[in-house]
Design a protein around this ligand. Structure first.
Ligand SMILES: [Ca+2]
Length: 181
């Protein structure tokens, strides 16, 4: 009886282990930095974006693609290793450039994008075959599922509100004066 319970428990535990999805919290092999070499995923309009990382192919010319993370209808772009082709996502690519790895596969801190425009982006570093695969680099899943975020002008809202408050205070102080006069 005890043996049967033990076997049942083992089966239950095994099935639970197998049913649990494996969350591969894998570090991206490439990441974004600001012009001072500080690791960041948040940029302001017009900021320069730098890239640093390590890839499998050594002394290799990789093509870097800045890719919009969301389609026009708001659907997020989902990267499928071995499946997502550059031709499938070409309307999302906003800029491309090249980087070269050293003899260890490292990408030194390299300026990859100067004309940042507001939005959420992923960075895809392709080995040249036009398919997202194991030898490639991907920066994604950091902010709202995207690799980086460029702050839009709407973030000037709080400053505009502060200015409005300041003006209101000034007017409040002016009124008693005018009443006095
Ligand atoms: Ca590739």
């Amino acid at each position: 009886m005890r043996k049967l319970t033990l076997i049942s428990l083992t089966i239950l535990l095994l099935s639970l282990t197998l049913a649990t999805p494996i969350f591969a919290e894998q570090e991206d092999n490439i990441e974004t930095y600001n012009s001072e070499g500080v690791r960041t995923d948040e940029f302001s309009l017009g900021d320069a974006v730098y890239l640093k990382g390590k890839l499998t192919l050594k002394n290799w010319n990789y093509t870097v693609y800045i890719v919009k993370h969301f389609y026009d209808d708001g659907t997020p772009l989902v990267w499928k290793n071995g499946t997502t082709k550059l031709t499938d996502i070409k309307e999302l690519v906003v800029y491309s450039t090249t980087v070269t790895t050293d003899k260890y596969g490292n990408i030194p801190l390299t300026n990859i994008w100067d004309c940042t425009i507001p939005g959420y982006y992923d960075i895809f570093v392709d080995n040249g075959n036009g398919v997202y695969g194991p030898n490639d680099g991907l920066d994604s899943f950091d902010v709202k599922g995207a690799g980086l975020f460029v702050i839009s002008e709407t973030y000037l809202g709080p400053i505009a509100m502060l200015l409005a408050c300041f003006t209101a205070v000034l007017l409040k102080y002016r009124r008693p004066l005018s009443l006095r006069g």
